[in-house]
Ligand binder design. Structure first.
Ligand SMILES: [Zn+2]
Length: 324
């Protein structure tokens, strides 16, 4: 009896409820403690967004008319509306139910699903940052250097954004070297850094986007939880939403291998206090992908996708609050 009572007390001390900021409906999401961390039940998350949950073995899915989630137990790889997103903590099981870390819910999933609740800000000036330049060639493909691919793409994107009335600043509009610190001196309302990847494994290919790792989370592929904030964390929910929208629209535009949305405190992201992302177009070390990245028609379509993602983000931060 005493043992049972103790268990009950322990159980109630381990669960809690929380509500998200800036929400209209007051739907409580239960949290449960395990391994010193707060977790949220995936079933609660599905209910919160009005989605129908389903569990098959280790795979949890949930869907509604305009939303879709998919995650597998013990994995950090998450699918939000079919877009690959890296979580900080692998999906786990508590009390026989699948859970994810509270931080992943609050700082990754919710800013994507409830984009209307994102912090509002002015969005008139966009800084485009073609990586590398001058003596720094960046990744070297057999036919082209990264610095040249990203400059050309930056100009394509500039034209596209100006058509929509944005004021666009390029950190460089010619082949010259610029330190990472200097790139942060260009003041704007949004910062988009452009890059290409390279790998020793020639088969590696695909498109990915990075944003600044928030405090309390882990960088992609890393195990250390970051315990302090940097300037780049000023707009955490906006960063991940911007990354998601661009990833989604680029997939629609050119259908690359989806390497997902990832976190790291790359200097250009960590030092910028307005929403910022770093885009990796693809791998110059992969022969087929290099051919695409030097193809103007392909890059024009990809820049249509990047522009559409930015426009979608713009619409989100100018939309009116809804109830979920
Ligand atoms: Zn680069």
């Amino acid at each position: 009896m005493l043992k049972t009572l103790f268990c009950i007390i322990l159980f109630f001390s381990l669960i809690g409820e929380f509500q998200l900021q800036a929400q209209e409906s007051a739907y409580p999401l239960r949290t449960v403690k395990q391994s010193g961390r707060s977790w949220v039940y995936l079933r609660d998350i599905a209910a919160y967004y009005g989605m129908k949950p389903s569990v098959k073995g280790k795979v949890f899915t949930a869907s509604a008319k305009d939303k879709k989630l998919k995650i597998t137990q013990n994995l950090r790889k998450f699918y939000i509306n079919d877009v690959v997103v890296d979580l900080s903590f692998a999906c786990s099981k508590v009390n026989g139910q699948l859970v994810i870390a509270k931080e992943d819910f609050q700082l990754t999933i919710d800013p994507i699903f409830r984009s209307w609740a994102l912090p509002k800000h002015r969005l008139k000036t966009i800084v485009i940052d073609p990586g590398h330049g001058g003596k720094d060639s960046g990744a070297r493909g057999s036919k082209v250097y990264e610095k040249d691919v990203v400059l050309k793409a930056g100009r394509m994107l500039k034209t596209r954004l100006e058509k929509y009335g944005f004021n666009v600043i390029m950190t460089r509009n010619s082949d010259h070297y610029l330190t990472l610190t200097k790139r942060g001196d260009f003041k704007g309302d949004l910062f988009i850094s452009l890059h290409c990847n390279s790998a020793t494994a020639k088969s590696a290919k695909g498109f990915e986007i990075w944003y600044c790792t928030p405090k309390g989370m882990k960088a992609f592929g890393k195990h250390d939880v970051l315990s302090r904030s940097v300037a780049g964390n000023h707009m955490n929910p906006n960063n991940v939403n911007l990354a998601y929208e661009i990833q989604k629209y680029v997939i629609r535009a050119v259908n690359p291998v989806d390497r997902g949305i990832k976190r790291n405190r790359w200097k250009v992201l960590a030092q910028y206090s307005q929403p910022a992302v770093l885009i990796e177009f693809g791998f110059l070390s992969n022969a087929q992908e290099q051919d695409k990245l030097i193809n103007s028609a392909y890059m024009n379509r990809m820049m249509d996708g990047v522009r559409n993602g930015i426009l979608s983000y713009y619409n989100s931060i100018h939309s009116k609050p809804k109830s979920n």
